[in-house]
Design a binder for this molecule. Structure first.
Ligand code: HPA
Length: 234
């Protein structure tokens, strides 16, 4: 039992998938895992452990944004011995190269958050994905015939930014997509000598204003979960 997770030591696998939405965690456990057992329901932030083709695997929601993710991921790393963490989420496309529905594998995660400025006493840290998890996800995407972009993303503290054109600066520096969690995920994984990756589908686009219809998000989400499982169990 940790402060925000009701599990006993040993209840959580070393490999975990991390959607933002706890109901997505439930959906993943019920549709992909054999014999899923729920290990958390504090704040309805559902977490489950089961097996996938015999391998032990967990899934848990993180909530939206870095402060929420940080609480859960800290406890997963500190208290439960988690070693491989793959975020499965959505992002906003920042460049025309990346289309709505495409998959983005976040190689690095810049941020407009002060979290690492505070942590590193004003110096800049470069939150980076695990190459092992990244290459496994990329190979799985190629095998599945999915178009997967590999490159930098940005984790923002604001969904509704004061300056609606702020994203253009990141885009000029080659950043592919915006989301709200991965910089903290990558930093914490590094701190604990663990591995992390963000697999994202482009749900909306800041250049074209296009968004994926809800029904299609479901199919896209399923493809992303398959990549996440292939990567986290690689
Ligand atoms: N901004 C921030 N996070 C997001 C977005 C966005 O446009 N789309 C999906 N996650």
């Amino acid at each position: 039992m940790s402060i925000h997770i009701a599990a006993a030591k040993g209840d959580i696998a070393e490999s975990i998938l991390l959607p933002g939405d706890p109901l997505r965690a439930k959906f993943i456990a019920e549709n992909w895992f054999e014999e899923p057992v729920r290990f958390n329901e504090i704040r309805n932030m559902f977490g489950y452990t089961g097996r996938y083709r015999g391998a032990r695997v967990s899934v848990m929601g993180t909530g939206m944004g870095m402060p929420s993710l940080s609480i859960y991921v800290n406890e997963l790393l500190r208290e439960y011995g988690v070693r491989r963490l793959v975020r499965v989420g959505t992002c906003g496309g920042l460049t025309e190269k990346v289309k709505v529905r495409d998959v983005v594998l976040g190689m690095s995660a810049s941020t407009d958050s002060a979290v690492n400025k505070v942590r590193f006493a004003g110096m800049d840290y470069a939150p980076t994905a695990s190459f092992h998890l990244l290459s496994a996800a990329y190979e799985a995407a190629k095998t599945a015939g999915l178009s997967a972009h590999v490159g930098p993303i940005v984790s923002s503290d604001s969904f509704y930014t004061e300056d609606p054109d702020q994203w253009k600066l990141w885009a000029r520096f080659g950043v592919l997509a915006v989301e709200m969690e991965s910089a903290e995920l990558y930093t914490l994984a590094a701190k604990f000598g663990a591995e992390a990756l963000a697999i994202l589908t482009v749900s909306d686009h800041l250049v074209s204003g296009e968004a994926t219809p809800a029904a299609e998000r479901e199919t896209r989400f399923k493809a992303m979960v398959e990549l996440g499982i292939a990567s986290v169990l690689s």
